[in-house]
Design a protein around this ligand. Structure first.
Ligand SMILES: [Zn+2]
Length: 102
């Protein structure tokens, strides 16, 4: 996965195309991400001890990782990234637009 938690991403396909948000969660085995404020669905919640009334809650639903692109923190564009191993063995993601580590 090239996207990790707390990344800023832009949605490039689907109903939420063009929206930008922060990655709240990455679901690695399903190749999906949950992005803050993107793909909001309404869910009916049954009454429980916390919420006697029940009702409708709004929650972000996961979207496929291929529908988002990383927004580079340097050049502020939605970019493709490549991976590079640094001298001390860490993996860095490199923006293909400005060639800086994201
Ligand atoms: Zn960049």
């Amino acid at each position: 996965m090239k996207i990790i938690r707390d990344d800023k991403v832009k949605v490039i396909a689907g109903n939420n195309k063009g929206k930008i948000g922060k990655v709240l969660k990455v679901i690695v085995d399903k190749n999906k991400v949950i992005v803050e404020g993107v793909n909001i669905v309404k869910k009916h919640q049954k009454p429980n001890q916390m919420n006697q009334q029940g009702g409708i809650i709004e929650k972000e639903a996961p979207i496929h990782v291929s529908n988002v692109m990383l927004v580079c923190s340097n050049c502020d564009k939605a970019v493709r990234v490549s991976k590079r191993r640094t001298e001390d063995g860490k993996v860095e993601r490199i923006c293909r637009s400005c060639n800086k580590a994201v």
